[in-house]
Ligand binder design. Sequence first.
Ligand SMILES: [Fe+2]
Length: 261
Amino acid sequence: MVELMTRIGRSVSWRSRRVVREIRNGVRGHLINRRSEEADVEPRITYPCYKSLDEYIDVERLKSLDGYLKRKVESYLNSGQCPEFHTGLLKQKLLTRARPGSKLIPLTVSKRPYKYLDLDKPDLWKPSEDASNFSELMDFIDTLPFKATARIIIMADDKGRAVTAHRDHANTDVRHEFVWFRTNLDKPFSLRDIKSKKKVDVKSYSAWFDTVNQFHGSDSTGQLAISIRVDGIFSDEFRAQMPIPEYNPASTAALWACLSS
Ligand SMILES: [Fe+2]
């Protein structure tokens, strides 16, 4: 009985600490979000928005990977070994979950202890042990408009739970170059304006979007949901096509989106 009570006590205390930590992080993130409402962005930009990259990638080849990817990902999820996705501090709503239940399958791993801002530094990344099990996907990634790639992750949830709306970081001087894509349109992914809370659904198979000056997340479906994100350095030819904002480099994808539509 004493041992049982000790175990319960430890469990309650661990849960309490976790709840306190979550609340403290939520408040910190909320205060950072409030400051970010004042970040300067070009008047040519209207949030929420995203830049579809479908015209720059082989969408038919991507769609053809759908069954293959679902089978592979389901077997990984069933193994119970996949790390959990965490939104970071900058959630849209204070009392939402930073760990909404999605899992990650990393196809590259950092050569040094992981730091978020390393995600676009190709020299710091190498293929993970799992990359060879996704060779068809890796071959497709080779066709994307990158000079070099860095972090590559599959994000998946076999229960199709909502992904808490969040921002990836708050540094408006940092432009992360990445391609977000999916083999089907099942995952209801969206961008949301910080001030108005207005929401726009992504309708394309692939996108580049501003992860700093707006929120992103997805609604629940109850069905298997999969997306892939590849970070790195875009090719010179690809970079030459994008407009460059006069300030707030993190808003480059948003400016391109708004000037394209
Ligand atoms: Fe994110």
